[in-house]
Design a protein around this ligand. Structure first.
Ligand code: DC
Length: 230
């Protein structure tokens, strides 16, 4: 049975993570969250006091990193230099720093090789910003998931822990700033691949997004028909 490589790109808050996870489960595929890899680089840079402007420092840092996703009873965990950092990379500081380090060529170059290695076996759903354009231009099926800024901000706001002090306006401002960073950077900016299937999730429940994706996949690759159970 042919295993496919599927990419899902799009801006923050469009629903990529939930959709990618669900799609991977339904296909029996591996889910790879590439944003977590940029967050990991940001986390390590912060721990070592390396700024996002220090290209040389970031290059040295990347050369000393060993990252992998490991499946445990707690789910998929990100291990960086033998330490499980999964729960440490979701803070607002790491979120902003990840956006900044992701604009650096040296960081993207390092992660490009790592992501392509992870994709060699296929049978995977890769979620990110440049999966269909740069990392896997030959992917079997590409999706670009988006939603209005207001909807994305509201979703992120609803996900905040009750202890968080950010307002909806602050969350929306952060989203706009990150969108701008991701879309305007010179290296691998966020944009849909020419051959990506674009889905607007503004008013669409997650389940419907996944159903649409499955039917696109079936349509694109008829030989996949027996490769998943609904
Ligand atoms: O998806 P996320 O919010 O966890 O991603 C964190 C940051 O990493 C985000 O600002 C964009 C960047 N990123 C990227 O540039 N390319 C990817 N393939 C994935 C994430």
């Amino acid at each position: 049975m042919k295993k496919l490589l599927i990419t899902i790109d799009g801006p923050a808050g469009a629903g990529k993570t939930t959709v990618s996870r669900e799609l991977a489960v339904r296909l029996g595929y591996t889910y790879i969250d590439t944003g977590a890899l940029y967050r990991a680089v940001a986390h390590e840079a912060q721990a070592k006091g390396i700024s996002a402007n220090d290209g040389e420092g970031l290059e040295k840092l990347c050369n000393g990193l060993e990252m992998m996703f490991v499946r445990t009873e707690k789910g998929l965990r990100l291990i960086c230099n033998q330490v499980d950092i999964t729960d440490r990379i979701r803070t607002p500081e790491i979120t902003m720093l990840a956006s900044e380090v992701s604009a650096r060529y040296v960081v993207r170059k390092y992660l490009l090789g790592l992501q392509r290695d992870m994709g060699k076996a296929k049978g995977a759903v890769f979620e990110g910003r440049d999966m269909g354009t740069v990392v896997f231009p030959e992917a079997d099926v590409k999706f670009f998931l988006y939603a209005s800024t207001k909807t994305r901000a509201q979703r992120r706001y609803n996900e905040l822990p009750t202890t968080a002090s950010s307002t909806l306006e602050e969350v929306e401002k952060d989203i706009k700033r990150r969108d701008n960073n991701d879309r305007t950077r010179d290296v691998a900016p966020l944009k849909p691949a020419d051959d990506a299937i674009r889905i607007d999730s503004t008013d669409m429940p997650i389940q419907e997004v996944v159903d649409r994706m499955i039917s696109h996949i079936q349509h694109c690759c008829t030989d996949l028909n027996n490769n998943y159970s609904q």
